[in-house]
Ligand binder design. Structure first.
Ligand code: SF4
Length: 265
């Protein structure tokens, strides 16, 4: 049964794909032959999908018959129970309004852009965690109890207390539009009253990580270049804190971007 971080990574990777989730749900109705699965789900890359599910110990394959493993059955059961809890939480949430927008000082990283602080009411508290899947580049941080989202250069952080911050915003108009989008997206999910389905994983390329590294090739991380560091970051061989220049105030926004991107590695 998966327990160590590498095995958990295999499970997360296996379940991050819609086709594989469909296969798991189809198997929850009973054992199936590979032909039956191909007929229901489609034959494209079926062997590959089955292999990943098998590697993650979610299914067992024996002489052309595919079945959920004990772990796979428990995994689906737990997921169903968690889904019911999340739906209960979101069905109690109230629609939000933007109550205040303040434009503050220019961004530290780029003085032609602004950092904006706003407030939403009522505060969403822990419901924010349930809302994470509706934002393709969103990540909920338990550490700061906030949902962090990236769109282009702009990073928006919505705290459970109702405070919202935005960095690298061009002007107040852009901030107001982004806040209005945020309000309508959240209110739509609340109106539906059901927990959003897990999203497809956003794929990150090393070049995208490299873009936000200092690009000075200083070697303080022990790597020959920032690009090598980006490749190792992708492979999970190094962590962001190894790049000490990122802690300098001039890289504060880059660091925030990299934190968001690392959630998708
Ligand atoms: S410490 Fe940071 S800036 Fe220096 S080479 Fe490594 S990744 Fe690049």
């Amino acid at each position: 049964m998966p327990g160590n971080p590498n095995e958990i990574k295999l499970v997360n990777n296996a379940m991050s794909n819609a086709t594989r989730r469909k296969i798991m749900n189809f198997l929850s109705t009973g054992d199936k032959s590979t032909e039956e699965i191909g007929g229901e789900i489609g034959k494209t890359m079926l062997d590959f999908h089955l292999k990943l599910l098998q590697q993650a110990s979610l299914i067992e394959i024996e002489e052309g018959t595919v079945r959920l493993s004990e772990y796979g059955k428990n995994f689906l059961k737990e997921k169903e129970e968690k889904g019911a809890d999340k739906t209960a939480e979101i069905s109690q949430a109230k629609p939000i309004e933007i109550t205040e927008v303040r434009q503050l000082l220019p961004c530290i990283a780029d003085s032609s852009k602004f950092r904006v602080i706003a407030n939403i009411a009522p505060p969403l508290g822990g419901t924010l965690k349930v809302l994470e899947p509706i934002f393709p580049r969103g990540r909920y941080s338990d550490k700061i109890s906030a949902l962090i989202m990236q769109k282009g250069e702009v990073i928006t952080t919505v705290y459970g207390t109702g405070k919202v911050t935005m960095t690298m915003v061009k002007n107040e108009d852009e901030a107001k539009k982004a806040l209005e989008n945020l309000r309508s997206t959240i209110n739509e999910a609340i109106a539906k009253g059901v927990a959003p389905a897990p999203r497809e994983k956003v794929r990150i390329e090393p070049m995208e990580l490299y873009k936000y590294l200092p690009q000075t090739n200083c070697g303080k991380c022990g790597e020959q270049s920032c690009y090598t560091f980006a490749i190792k970051l992708m492979g999970g061989e190094v962590t962001l804190d190894k790049c000490s220049p990122l802690k300098e105030s001039s890289y504060i926004t880059n660091f925030e971007h990299l934190q968001v991107l690392s959630a998708y590695i």
